[in-house]
Design a protein around this ligand. Structure first.
Ligand SMILES: Nc1nc2c(ncn2[C@@H]2O[C@H](COP(=O)(O)OP(=O)(O)O)[C@@H](O)[C@H]2O)c(=O)[nH]1
Ligand SMILES: [Mg+2]
Length: 329
């Protein structure tokens, strides 16, 4: 069964041929686009081919906006509202909901789908939740690849919702040009965000659920934390308030997102960040592939031998790693 929100694939794109699928996706076929993303999720040979095909055409993407924060902060509700705000200006929008704690057909993601359903049939809006399955390098690697698939299909603005609680999730948030960190009113919420490493990745802070008590205080806490942050560059992350359920503050937020995009372009940051992300992707893959090769060398026997020597305290961890590296070369 196709996931709700994606049209069932039309007969001409039933094939798994990435070239045919990309052509169809570029012509606006959402089913074909969904299939390309499935190939990326699944990993392996086809994923590699999709990666090659989409790399160059994806270069012209206009803006990748990450929406992150703790579960329940209102990210999906806000994303839904941002789609409305964004559709008013742009041609085609892609939305990726990435939640590593949710299986592909799991409750949270299903809830996200239902919540966003108002938009699934809109012309020019493509919404997809994402899992990784066998993907090499996991979520941190799959997310940028999926973004490139959307970009290559002509979706020039991409919104990515991630749960910002762990290191990997924060890394996924790093796949965006502009990262929104969503917090809610409540004692210590700003501090929680800072502990999760979200302060460093935030370009814009959103205090959502502003209809609740304590929103002003949370906004002040964030401003105070920003005052204390010596590493801040020219762009001081603004702190905005929204009530996503009512759509309040969303237009102002979207305008701020556009301002950040303009700042990035004018300062050269946009190119610098994108280049840094690409090199980071390569480096992560390098480590991943190297480890895979070294561990798998000689059917994994050498690895087991060295591990036994390590545990017998005949070699220290450094010697063990060097021995494995030398052995695999
Ligand atoms: N009171 C209030 N509730 C909200 C607001 N935004 C979202 N919610 C509710 O918070 C809950 C979690 O929202 P959701 O968008 O799924 O959060 P996510 O886990 O961050 O994606 C849902 O019940 C929403 O209806 C808001 O601005 N005010
Ligand atoms: Mg959500």
């Amino acid at each position: 069964m196709p996931p709700p929100g994606d049209r069932p694939p039309s007969p001409q794109v039933r094939s798994r041929d990435p070239v045919a699928l990309l052509e169809a996706a570029q012509a606006g076929d959402k089913g074909a686009l969904g299939r390309l993303l499935s190939l990326v999720e699944r990993g392996g040979e086809s994923a590699r081919l999709v990666g090659q095909l989409t790399f160059k055409p994806s270069a012209g993407i206009d803006h990748v906006v990450g929406i992150t924060g703790a579960p329940g902060a209102g990210k999906s509700t806000l994303t839904d509202q941002l789609i409305t705000a964004a559709s008013a200006g742009t041609e085609r929008i892609g939305v990726l909901a990435v939640d590593p704690s949710s299986p592909y057909s799991g409750g949270a993601i299903l809830g996200d789908r239902i919540r966003m359903q108002g938009h699934t049939l809109d012309e020019g809006v493509f919404i997809r939740s994402m899992a990784t399955r066998g993907h090499q390098g996991g979520l941190a690697q799959a997310a940028p690849e999926a973004i490139r698939v959307l970009a290559a299909a002509g979706l020039r603005t991409v919104l990515v919702e991630t749960v910002g609680v762990g290191q990997v999730e924060v890394e996924v948030a790093g796949a965006a040009d502009t990262t929104l960190v969503v917090v809610t009113p409540g004692w210590g919420d700003a501090i929680q965000a800072s502990k999760a490493g979200l302060l460093e990745v935030a370009d814009v802070f959103v205090v959502n659920k502003a209809d609740r008590d304590g929103a002003d205080q949370t906004a002040r806490d964030l401003e105070n934390m920003l005052d204390l942050n010596p590493a801040m560059g020219e762009w001081r992350p603004p702190v905005l308030m929204t009530t996503a359920v009512a759509g309040a503050g969303v237009d102002t937020l979207w305008a701020k997102v556009g301002e950040h995009r303009a700042y990035l372009a004018a300062s050269g940051e946009l190119q610098r960040r994108r280049e840094e992300r690409l090199v980071g992707e390569m480096n992560r893959l390098l480590v991943h592939l190297l480890e895979r090769d070294v561990r798998g060398f000689a059917g994994g026997q050498r690895y087991e031998t060295v591990k036994a020597d390590l545990l017998a305290r005949e070699v220290d961890p450094y010697q063990a790693a060097m021995r494995l590296l030398d052995g695999a070369r």
